[in-house]
Design a binder for this molecule. Structure first.
Ligand SMILES: *Cc1c(COP(=O)(O)O)cnc(C)c1O
Length: 477
């Protein structure tokens, strides 16, 4: 028999150990590395990678060395303590290895009959999450997805199925101007027209204006349209702001509107005391997105959708084709392909399960509490400084600010330019991932501190670096 792909036991072990060593060394030395790779153009990378697929084999170690020299160093380190922007990916080592196990054993996570333990793990971990958010554990349910975007899409499909059935020509969906772009993307994927989408303005603190929502709903009803879903934010990506969830839930209940909460960024904060207080009302959602590969410290990819009633998912996504006939089981034995879009799924529950069992929930609570407190300390520092202006206060580990010295009078345009330049210089130095966002038409620096390896000293070092860049920029002018 020809051997097309298999290695000997010894070859597999030596190749595998080499990769484990590389990963462990990376985790051990990550903090000393620069998080930002040297910028390379498409042309430069083409010069390295662009080749025809080879007909003939190459030595496995040679390819591995090539990847370690060219792929890894050209990737930003999302788990680095000075990765402050976007949403960091702190991850953790146990889950990293769990993911390797899931891949190594290639465990199919679609149906009960094929891998019952995989489905059981997903049921158990989803139950942990349901309990965290005070969702009904017996009746409720959920599914792990590739990320928050896919969880939001899955939620909106379900909402539309439940509220509109087959005819959604008059359906209207509402979201705030701070909602994450994945929601609009999902709405487009679902085939809604522009006229069916209402973007509700937020107030000066980036929170949904409840009155504006009420007015929009009333107007649409008068025009014979069908308001069917509102997407609330539990931690906006920009500012960490939580919409007034209880008030929104009251409106949704009164108007028979599906309440989806996008907690992809802030949802994990439920594990801290402060977060739990801020997220009050989250338990009233019909569906909730959380994103374990953000603030639950999981490696990519794992998102999650929770719903109040698991049958909403199965009645939306079940199809019964003949080739899956033999794996239909008893109802409590869940086939997760009936709960979402994917049939073949990797075992995402394993890393969530193993990391929580290994570290214990208390470690997660402490880490998240540390992140929230650290961000407040950074805000304190900024407020005491004569050069920094806090634009949006520390909220669920996000703080936005800009360089704007109190004893100078710069125009808004100049301040925007200075802050843009600060970010550019920091990125060029490769010392930190630190980019801008726009709030109230101002260019601001946004710091998202959900990495428990980030220290106050890390942040102060970066801020001092920023201050000296600002001075350089101003002198050069
Ligand atoms: C990150 C994020 C998403 C998208 O999640 P992905 O995991 O990147 O697909 C959705 N909503 C919010 C609020 C987010 O912060």
């Amino acid at each position: 028999m020809e051997n097309y792909f298999d290695l000997s036991l010894e070859e597999m072990k030596s190749y595998g150990y080499k990769i484990v060593d590389l990963i462990a060394e990376h985790w051990d030395s990550m903090n000393q590395k620069k998080p930002v790779p040297e910028f390379k153009t498409r042309k430069e990378l083409d010069a390295i990678f662009l080749q025809e697929a080879p007909e003939q084999p190459t030595d496995a170690n040679e390819i591995l060395d090539f990847v370690m020299q060219n792929v890894v160093p050209n990737s930003t380190i999302a788990s680095h303590p000075k990765f402050y922007s976007f949403v960091p990916g702190p991850s953790n080592f146990i889950s990293t290895m769990s993911d390797s196990l899931a891949t190594g054993f290639n465990i199919f996570s679609g149906g009960w009959l094929v891998s019952s333990a995989a489905a059981e793990l997903e049921i158990v971990t989803i139950n942990w999450l349901l309990k965290m958010y005070d969702f009904p554990v017996k009746k409720g349910g959920g599914i792990f997805t590739s990320g928050g975007s896919m969880a939001n899409l899955t939620a909106l499909v379900t909402a539309r199925r439940r509220k509109c059935g087959d005819d959604f020509s008059k359906a209207v969906i509402y979201l705030s101007d701070q909602a994450h772009s994945s929601n609009i993307k999902a709405i487009r994927v679902l085939g809604f027209k522009k006229e069916q989408i209402r973007i509700i303005p937020t107030d000066f603190e980036f929170r949904l204006g409840v009155n504006k929502l009420k007015n929009a709903i009333a107007k649409d009803k008068l025009e014979g349209l069908q308001p069917f879903c509102f997407i609330a934010n539990a931690g906006t990506t920009n500012t960490g702001t939580v919409d007034p969830l209880d008030e929104i839930a009251d409106i949704c209940e009164a108007e028979d509107i599906w309440m989806h909460i996008d907690g992809a960024y802030g949802g994990a904060a439920i594990l801290s005391k402060k977060g739990k207080r801020m997220l009050r009302g989250i338990e009233r959602a019909d569906s909730l997105t959380v994103d374990p590969h953000k603030w639950f410290f999981q490696p990519y990819e794992i998102g999650c959708l929770l719903v109040k009633d698991a049958s909403w998912l199965s009645s939306t996504f079940s199809e019964k084709p003949e080739y899956l006939r033999d794996i239909e089981g008893n109802e409590s034995e869940i086939n997760f392909y009936d709960y979402g879009v994917q049939l073949t799924r990797r075992l995402r529950a394993l890393k969530f399960y193993m990391s929580i069992k290994t570290y214990g929930l208390e470690a997660f609570r402490k880490a998240i509490t540390y992140n929230i407190d650290l961000t407040e300390q950074v805000e304190d520092y900024l407020r005491k400084s004569r050069v920094w202006e806090v634009v949006s206060p520390a909220t669920l580990a996000v703080v936005n600010f800009r360089y704007n010295p109190i004893d100078k009078q710069y125009s808004e345009e100049e301040i925007d330019k200075i802050n843009q330049e600060i970010s550019k210089k920091v990125m060029d130095s490769r010392e930190a991932v630190f980019v801008t966002t726009v709030l109230n038409k101002q260019v601001v620096l946004r710091m998202c501190l959900i990495n428990p390896r980030t220290t106050l000293d890390d942040v102060l070092e970066t801020l001092q670096q920023c201050e000296s860049y600002a001075t350089e920029t101003l002198i050069a002018k």
